[in-house]
Ligand binder design. Sequence first.
Ligand code: ZN
Length: 80
Amino acid sequence: MSELITIRRELLENLVDKEECWFDHHGGCQAHGHLDLEPGELCPQAEVKALLANCGEVRPPGTQTVPLHGSGTTGGPPQG
Ligand SMILES: [Zn+2]
């Protein structure tokens, strides 16, 4: 999960399966044939769909992303 690549959204959309995942008793995705998923692991198809959903809306120009965590001090008491 440490490798990051950049691909076109179009390519992902072509690769993703329209069919929804459905899991057997062992947690494997029967719909896409991923029967050997690790516990807690998502079907790759589900992951791609989530990615496309998160990137579904094109941000209007000028919109800035807000960092989740500021690098400065928050003024809270030191932990520990
Ligand atoms: Zn699946």
